[in-house]
Structures are given as C-alpha cells and as structure tokens.
Design a protein around this ligand. Sequence first.
Ligand code: NAP
Length: 532
Amino acid sequence: MKKKSTNVKRKSFVLTYATMFDPPEELHTRFERRLARVKREMGQEHTMLIGGVEVRSRTKFEDRSPINTDWRLGTFQQGDASHAAHALIAARKASASWSRTPWRQRVRLLRKAARQIDQRIYEIAAVLSLEVGKNRMEALADIAETAALIRYACDQMEANDGFHVQMGVDPLKGYRSRNVSILRPYGVWVVISPFNFPAALTGGPVGAALVAGNTVVMKPATDSPWTVRLLAECLRDAGLPEGVVNYVTGPGRTLGKELVNNPEVDGITFTGSYEVGMRIYRTITQGPYPRPTILEMGGKNPSIVSRHANLDRAAAGIVRSAFGLQGQKCSANSRVYIERPVYKKLVAMLVDQVEKIKVGDPTDRAVFMGPVINQGAYEQFKQFTKELSRAGTILTGGNVLTEDGYGKGFFCQPTLVADVPLNHRLWKHEMFLPITMVHPVGNLKQAMQLANDSSYGLTAGFYGTQEETAWFFDEIEAGVTYANRPQGSTTGAWPGFQPFGGWKGSGSSGKNAGGHHYLQLYMHEQIQALIR
Ligand code: NAP
C-alpha cells in the first residue's frame, strides 16, 4: 500500500490510523513539551467567533477533563438560540462574496489553513487528549487527519477543475450554442460535530463546505469545545474573510436546535448519534423545500471470524477496534461472531490481550485506553455491565476503576462478554463504551445473517480465506469494510485511502467523507445553456 505521510514542522513521518505504531522519538518529545505548556495554560475563558468578532454570552460552562475532573480546562460561552441566529446572519452576509471568490483562491486559503493545523498539531493534540481522553497517538492522528481531509477537498476541486464541465453542443441550424455544467455552492452550511473526533469530524466537513464556496457555522459537542476553538483559530489565521467561518458553543437542545430550525440554513452536516440525527432529518423535511442534510450517525459494527482465519491477526484487530478510544468510536467493533471450531481458542487469545491493555492517563505514552467521556457514559457503563452479567458471562473487565490515580476520572475496564442470548437488546443497541460481545456461530452464513440484522450499517470486519473475503465484501451491508486487518477489524479511515461513511441508519448520503464522491455533496448543479 502506498505510504501516507503528514508533514509536521517540515520533518515528515508516516502518521495514520494504520501506521502509527512506530513513530519517531522526536514526536514524543514534541508532544510532551507541548502538553506541559497546555497544562500551564488551562483554565482560561474562550469566546465564540461570530463574523470575525469575539462574542461572549451571559451564561458560561466549564470544560473539565474526564481524566481528572479537578482539571478545569477552560470556561466557554453557553450560547443560545440568539447566538445561533446571529452566526447564521454573519455567514449569510459573507456568503455573497465568498461564493463568488474564484475557487483557486478558496483552495489557496484552505491549504493555508491546513498548514496552520500542521503547525499547531502538538498543541491541538494535547488539548484533545486532555479534553476527550484520547491516547496521544490517536489524538495526533485526529489532527493530522483534519489537515489531510481539508487538503483532500482542495485536491478534488483541482482535479475536477472547479467542477466546470463543457457539455454537448446542440445541433441547432443557424445558431451557435454553448452548454456548461457548473457545481455551485448552496450558501450557508451548518456543521454539528460529536465529541469523539472533534477535530476531523468538524474540520473535514467544514473544509469541504468552504472549498465548495459555502460559508459555515460550526458547533462542537459540549464535551469538546476547546479542540474546535483551536481549529477555528487556524481557519481565522489562514486569512479567511470575516463571517466565512463562525464558531458557536452551547447546548445542542437550544443553540443546536436553532441551527437546524433556522430558515437561513441551506445545508447541514451532522455527525453524532442516530437519535439526534434522525430528529434533525425529520425537522429539515418540515421546511418549505428540501435542503441537503448529510448525516453521519452511529454504528453497531460486527466482525466475523472464519474457521480458516489467521487468529493472531483477528485477535489483534478485534482488540484494537473494540477498545481504541474506550470503545467510543462510531466504528468500534462491538459484536464478534466466531465459527465454532475456533471459538474457544480465539476467545482465550482475546481475553489474554484485553487483560494486557493499559488503562490510565491517555497523555502517557504507554497508555492505550483513557477514560470515557463523562459522568453519563460512566454511569451507563455500570448499568450495561450489570445487565450483561445477568444475561451472560463477563469474560474479563466489567468494573469501573476507582483506586489509585483513577478516582477523579471516568475510567472503565475493557470488557468482553459471552453467552448473551442473541435476542438480547444489547446486540442491537450502540453502547459506545469499552464493551464487546462475542458469540459462536455454526457457519459463515449464520454469521452474516446476524451481522446484517441491524438498523446500522457503518463498518464491518472479516478474517478468513481470500475466497471467503470476496463473499464477505459482496454480502455485508456496511459503508466501510475490512478484511484480514490486524491494525483494526472495523476501524481505520483516511482520506483518499479509506473514505468513511455508513449505510442504513448510519448515514444519509451514501457517499463517504474523504472519498471522491464527497465534495460534490456541498454543491448543486447548474446547467448554463447559451445561444450566441
Ligand atoms: P450526540 O449526542 O448525538 O451529539 C452530537 C452533536 O449534536 C453535539 O454537538 C450535540 O451537542 C449536538 N446536538 C445534540 N442535540 C441536538 C439537537 N437537538 N439539535 C442539534 N444538535 C444537537 O453524539 P455524541 O455523543 O457527541 O457522539 C457520539 C455519537 O456520534 C455516536 O452515536 C457515534 O456513533 C456517532 N458518530 C458517528 C460518526 C460517523 O462518521 N458516522 C463519527 C463519530 C461519531 P451537545 O454536545 O451540546 O449536546
């Protein structure tokens, strides 16, 4: 496979989800230096950015670290519906000029923004690690991917020459005709992002919307405002005109709701849970006409292991995908169906590897699993493990960690569960926690039936022979599929390599972010037929 590289402070090294196992020592030194500085700077107040102006609201909220809730990362503005409306007006005002800015100029500015992100990668990754509990390598990868997604949108604009296409000349006697197809921006675009990939899942859609010529209002999750604030600064510092990008913070149920209901909105990208996404989808249809609504929602991602599989690869891939980011990836491997002849052996290997996972402060180089995001997730972990211990067998894990350095954060053990009846509700519910369920199957057909028996269709993984993998790719109902991958059974995405998106209840557009059909979603077509 071609190598993917990110250019960080002129020293280039390979850094992706699939290739971050052996980074240069220099990367760790830089991260640690920057982390120390970020820790010294925590606790400041941050404003919203609307129309190029720093805006404060009357009410504030505190952003605290899930690693240690005594760590107050910052104070943020608790914006309300009026701030959402204000930001949309600023975006509308900027739209007339930005949409007519030549696309090459837009690409130039967005490439500058990507460079700003590269330059601040250690700082933003340190903040992200403290704010979300993501381990250092995954935090760095999230930021690197953000810049890569923005560049990918620029590349696509260039490769398609701004999406201006000469069409056929009508055979009209006595006239000369010219027909052109142009993709043009919609206008004002809203980006609402989740806590778990606050950089890539804000910056990716924002980058695409901007390159396409839309102006943007972006709203981060209440659990990750700081990371997104830094991203907003990178876009501002790249020289984007005032009002082209606006950053607002506040609760989804008030400020977020207004960003969906307000008639100034021409298009929206929402990444988050199925419940909120579907509510947005239904709300948008109540408007006077259809508006593009890109929804990237949850997953209940299965992997299937054949009796012929390489079990070392399967065990490594499943453990990484089940417990990376504490199981809080939309692509987390939450269900594993294993052919009976290899069930016992693979389960023993999985238990062994899960018990070796180091849980702790995710900024620490040796730690793979940090805390879950907040008190709510922590309480849910306790409830789900209690329910599962009654329904089946907890093979390993099942408890929260409260002793030693864990007491002030939301730390949970990686948990593997077996013997849960196949009709149990948690086979279908996205728990979004470090809990994975395993089950033996009589044959691959049964495994496929179970894998597809879900209203989600985000990612899926398989381990088996070449012939079996062809069958798997053909039968599985999911937008991103992986076979025989030790780097992750159901996780791993990178623009231009594994574009990311879901089928069924996992996504609305049917086109994957970071892929060659994505940027076009942010523009509508106009045919210009001229008789000269
Ligand atoms: P969430 O609770 O659905 O929130 C996502 C965003 O929506 C947040 O910014 C939230 O703001 C906002 N929001 C909440 N209610 C709203 C409303 N009524 N109107 C407008 N906005 C509203 O999701 P999350 O817990 O942050 O993220 C986890 C979910 O995201 C999981 O289901 C995961 O699978 C999914 N996800 C999907 C993908 C993908 O690519 N398919 C990627 C990552 C995550 P507040 O935080 O202020 O409530």
